[in-house]
Design a protein around this ligand. Structure first.
Ligand code: SAM
Length: 252
């Protein structure tokens, strides 16, 4: 009798709504025997989990990691070593700010076969929600994507963000938007440079706010929810479209 060989799929779930899961991701998920998922996966995904699969939630709860990265890697390796089809479902694309790198190394070290199924990153879902292209020709010829946690450091250097014709995209930084705007102006950016904050892209409470660095530095671009938010800064952001205000929405 040959024992079953396990396999791990690192699957990008997309920005939130299950409609943005790829066809391949959905197929693999429908065949999963072990599912390991985290906080950015909306509840609607649970309807796609096979009824008899083992399900592990490993996201943050109340600001604390409920499961350490080592434990997550062990879950994946152990599932595969038991001969299971394991799906590691991750928000957006599994390769972008997701600890996917650690999981890849752990699987490799354990000699487990795996694949990576890309997903729609919030970098693009947020721009799509704001109805603009972050590399609009003539306005932007590069993207600078960075982890906004770095903005909390007092010695953060804003000057490298001022690249000519770049659209700067900040993940995990929506609570730092005022500091970002003030820091960019301090580093020499035009106070009139447009900045947008997109919250909950693809979800029911999706919201896009557009401002300038000067107004954002004065506090007019405040997150409306505790959900995920992404920031865009640069000349191309002038073409972003804000969500209608409450009054305009009611009149529409
Ligand atoms: C840990 S990072 C993971 C990024 C993910 N791998 C990706 O490709 O989008 C989480 C950050 O992604 C951004 N994000 C994820 N989903 C989002 C959404 N639906 N709307 C706005 N931003 C989102 C937020 O900046 C959030 O803090």
């Amino acid at each position: 009798m040959t024992s079953k060989i396990g396999f791990v799929s690192l699957v990008g779930a997309g920005p939130g709504h299950p409609d943005y899961l790829t066809v391949k991701g959905a197929r693999v998920l429908s065949q999963a025997e072990v599912i390991v998922y985290d906080a950015l996966i909306s509840d609607e995904f649970r309807a796609l989990f096979p009824a008899n699969s083992e399900i592990y939630f490993v996201g943050k709860r109340c600001g604390r990691h409920s499961t350490s990265q080592e434990e997550i890697c062990a879950l994946l390796v152990n599932g595969a070593q038991r001969g299971k089809r394991v799906v590691r479902l991750k928000g957006g694309d599994p390769g972008l700010f997701s600890r996917g790198g650690e999981e890849i190394l752990a699987l490799r070290a354990a000699g487990v076969s795996f694949e990576i199924i890309p997903g729609v990153s919030s970098v693009f879902a947020g721009a799509a929600a704001a109805l603009f292209s972050p590399t609009h020709r003539g306005l932007s010829n590069r993207l600078l994507v960075f982890d906004g946690h770095a903005l909390r450091h007092d010695d953060f250097d804003f000057r490298p963000l001022l690249a000519h014709q770049a659209t700067t995209v900040v993940l995990m930084g929506s609570r730092q938007v005022e500091r970002l705007a003030a820091g960019l102006i301090g580093a020499g950016a035009s106070p009139e440079l447009p900045i947008a904050l997109v919250e909950n892209a693809t979800l029911v409470d999706e919201h896009v706010a557009v401002s300038t660095l000067a107004r954002a530095a004065a506090g007019d671009l405040v997150p409306r929810s505790d959900g995920p938010g992404i920031i865009y800064v640069g000349a191309a952001v002038a073409l972003a479209q804000a969500s209608p205000s409450g009054a305009a929405k009611a009149a529409a």
